[in-house]
Design a binder for this molecule. Structure first.
Ligand code: ATP
Length: 282
């Protein structure tokens, strides 16, 4: 049976410090949204991966391959699998499309071959493949710390007027972290306040406490990201921010007219423009 693999947005993204291993400790508020890839996983004697987006690699570098193979290897099984990805989430967008596909495949391979892994085991295995995979396995509204793999459930954020715009800019995540000057940054998001805003559905207050530290890097290089954000506000958004390492920008609107006007405007400029809602059960 086909399964939905949902995109996520970062409602807040703080970088706490750089670790000795080169990774950064993060403090992020993550939220699943209603834009999704559709994944079908079937038993097979051979291994085959297909995807509707020709730019997605369908070889061993695909995250779904790594996830399926890892589970089968741990159980010492040489079974094949047939995976089809109907790709709707833009690639390399800061929306965790690949991680979400991977999380869905971990669950599906575990289920169809009855491998008996618990959710906690899947999360541990997933974390060795991608830092966002443990979160994608759970989905919903979470505080994610460490490299993104330490999860704390927070109250569900329910919001149905979100605009997502992905401009055609290629942002390399390693480049963003390399250019992040943590010691020059004096203002960090107040994550506790963000959690409170979401709990009380007080989205207009987010602009006073939320933020994305990675945006300080990408905005300097790609002014289009700032323009999209400014335009979101001029259409009436209560809050707008870049997701992850970009380049996707989202806007939270509080009425349908403003949301629809912004949608019409951005859709003409950027085909990857979507109206989405929060999703709290995946
Ligand atoms: P994140 O928000 O976690 O940083 P992202 O949305 O920026 O993720 P992805 O769409 O996950 O980025 O893709 C990053 C790269 O991973 C792509 O350039 C692609 O080559 C590779 N990739 C491997 N498997 C997949 C997949 N199933 N879907 C999309 N990209 C994949």
């Amino acid at each position: 049976m086909p399964k939905n693999a949902y995109a996520k947005i970062n409602i807040s993204l703080d970088v706490v410090n750089k670790r000795d291993d080169g990774y950064h400790n993060l403090k992020m508020i993550m939220q699943t949204v209603s834009l999704y890839d559709i994944i079908t996983v079937e038993k097979s004697d051979n291994i085959s991966i297909t995807c509707t987006n020709p730019n997605v690699p369908c070889d061993e570098s695909n995250i779904v391959y790594k996830c399926a193979k890892k589970l089968l290897d741990i159980r010492d099984k040489s079974y094949g699998f047939k995976i089809h990805i109907e790709k709707n989430i833009p690639m390399a967008a800061g929306l965790a499309g690949g991680s979400s596909d991977g999380a869905t495949v971990l669950k599906e391979i575990n289920r169809i071959y009855d491998l008996g892994f618990t959710m906690d085991e899947l999360k541990k295995i997933g974390a060795t493949i991608g830092a966002d995979i443990p979160y994608c396995l759970e989905g919903g509204t979470y505080l994610c710390e460490g490299i993104g793999d330490i999860l704390t459930k927070i109250d569900d954020f329910k919001y149905d007027k979100i605009l997502l715009v992905k401009p055609p800019i290629d942002v390399s995540t390693p480049w963003v972290y390399k250019n992040l000057k943590l010691n020059e940054i004096t203002i960090h998001p107040d994550t506790d306040k963000v959690i409170n805003c979401l709990k009380n559905n007080n989205v207009s207050e987010l602009k006073n406490c939320s933020g994305n530290l990675l945006q300080t890097v990408t905005e300097k290089e790609y002014s289009e990201i700032s323009h999209i954000k400014d335009k979101m506000y001029s259409f009436g958004a209560s809050f707008s921010m870049m997701s992850g390492s970009g380049p996707s920008v989202f806007g939270l609107f509080d009425n349908d007219d403003e949301l629809n006007n912004a949608y019409e405007y951005f859709k003409l400029l950027y085909p990857d423009t979507f109206k989405v809602k929060t999703v709290n059960r995946v």
